[in-house]
Design a binder for this molecule. Structure first.
Ligand code: HEC
Ligand code: HEC
Length: 342
């Protein structure tokens, strides 16, 4: 008898789930876990098509993950190739998680707070999370730095990965199976609807559009308006008068976050640089002394221009664009370094 009842209840629940239009729309068609690119495809929007070619022997997302995180992986014969770069791994300069609370803007201060909460570093490269959802790479002023090298990479994610492997990471070009592997791994980091700032109502609207109840083009546009398809990049110079600095009042508390989550990511325990930094007064005082000078240790200098890769020692420091560190944030860092040096 009890058995009969539970079966009946089971069917009632099943029927109501099938016939209730709302739960069908929300649960079966799109939900927060749905992939942004697949959703755009269903809406006849501008979905990207740069999928990896996994017919190449040895290519897989696991190999790609090893390459991105460790710089090497085994080939099909179980042999390990030389490390992609002697100096860096991709995650020296790129996060692999979502790093902006609102993906439709590039706001370094919102990112600093968001990454600090998540325990992530604050870096010069844009996160690889959602990289496959972008259509344009090395945007804005990056053509000033890399010149014609940017041309093939601007609208081609494979070329963008290769450019970064060679120029940013100062390493070797990836073999075809490695390149497809990295791309396959990047696809595991594609955006989901939950990453976008969508209200419940908007989610229902997207579902309705997929079901042909409302305009598809408008829904596709809505989805596309919620994330940047290109990470903007503006190069800036140090302040004209380094002693006076940028005309901003520095906030040392904010500066501490930058020191901790950005500078120490690479300079802590000499991880990626011979120039070691830590929390000691000695470290901070050295930075303080040079901050506003015209010297290779000036933070204004290295933050805005980076350091060049020199022959024989090819580790270098990438510059921070305005979207990666605002002038305000640089003054905050200065205020922190000044305060800590006392
Ligand atoms: C030394 C720092 C550094 C290393 C190491 C590095 N990158 Fe980059 N990468 C950058 C910078 C800086 C940019 C400039 C554009 C941006 O990310 O905003 C960039 C850009 C990119 C882009 C284009 C992103 C965009 O939206 O414009 C991709 C893709 C990329 N890198 C992949 C990789 C991969 C894969 C590796 C490892 C093989 C790697 N990078 C290693 C610093 C680095
Ligand atoms: C992505 C890694 C990375 C980040 C982040 C980074 N640096 Fe660097 N930095 C380097 C590398 C690599 C060099 C090259 C010098 C070397 O290896 O000795 C360098 C060089 C420098 C130099 C010049 C040292 C010299 O010997 O000429 C200073 C000063 C410096 N960094 C300060 C900072 C500060 C301050 C921050 C935070 C705002 C920071 N760096 C963030 C990697 C990084």
């Amino acid at each position: 008898m009890q058995y009969f009842f539970s079966i009946t209840i089971f069917f009632i629940v099943l029927m109501s789930a099938t016939f209730s239009p709302k739960s069908k729309v929300n649960a079966d068609i799109v939900n927060k876990k749905s992939k942004v690119n697949t959703t755009l495809k269903k809406l006849d929007g501008n979905a990207v098509k740069h999928y990896p070619d996994l017919s190449i022997k040895g290519a897989s997302s696991i190999v790609g993950e090893n390459l991105v995180l460790n710089g090497f992986s085994e080939n099909i014969k179980g042999k390990t190739l030389p490390k992609q770069s002697k100096h860096f791994v991709c995650t020296s300069c790129h996060n692999i998680e979502k790093e902006d609370p609102d993906l439709s803007v590039a706001d370094p201060q919102a990112r600093l707070i968001y990454t600090a909460k998540k325990g992530l570093p604050f870096l010069q490269g844009t996160t690889l999370y959602g990289a496959v959802n972008r259509t344009s790479f090395y945007n804005g002023d990056y053509d000033k730095k890399y010149g014609d090298l940017v041309k093939p990479a601007r609208n081609n994610i494979r070329e963008a990965i290769q450019l970064c492997a060679v120029e940013c990471a100062q390493g070797r070009k990836l073999k075809p199976w490695e390149l497809e592997s990295v791309l396959a791994y990047l696809w595991t980091l594609e955006l989901r609807l939950s990453d976008l700032d969508l209200s419940e109502e908007e989610l229902v609207n997207i579902s309705d559009a997929i079901n042909g109840k409302v305009d598809k083009a408008a829904a596709a546009q809505l989805v596309e308006s919620k994330f940047l398809k290109a990470s903007p990049a503006t190069f800036v110079t140090p302040p004209e008068d380094r002693k006076a600095g940028y005309p901003k009042q520095g906030n040392p508390k904010n500066g501490a976050l930058i020191y901790e989550n950005s500078c120490l990511h690479c300079h802590g325990e000499s991880r990626y640089s011979y120039y070691a930094l830590d929390h000691s007064k000695f470290s901070v005082r050295h930075l303080e002394k040079h901050f506003d000078r015209y010297s290779r240790y000036s933070v204004y200098q290295v933050a805005r221009y980076g350091t060049p890769p020199t022959y024989g020692k090819r580790a270098y420091m990438p510059q921070y664009t305005l979207e990666k560190m605002s002038n305000q944030q640089l003054e905050d860092l200065k205020a922190y370094i000044k305060e800590r040096s006392k």
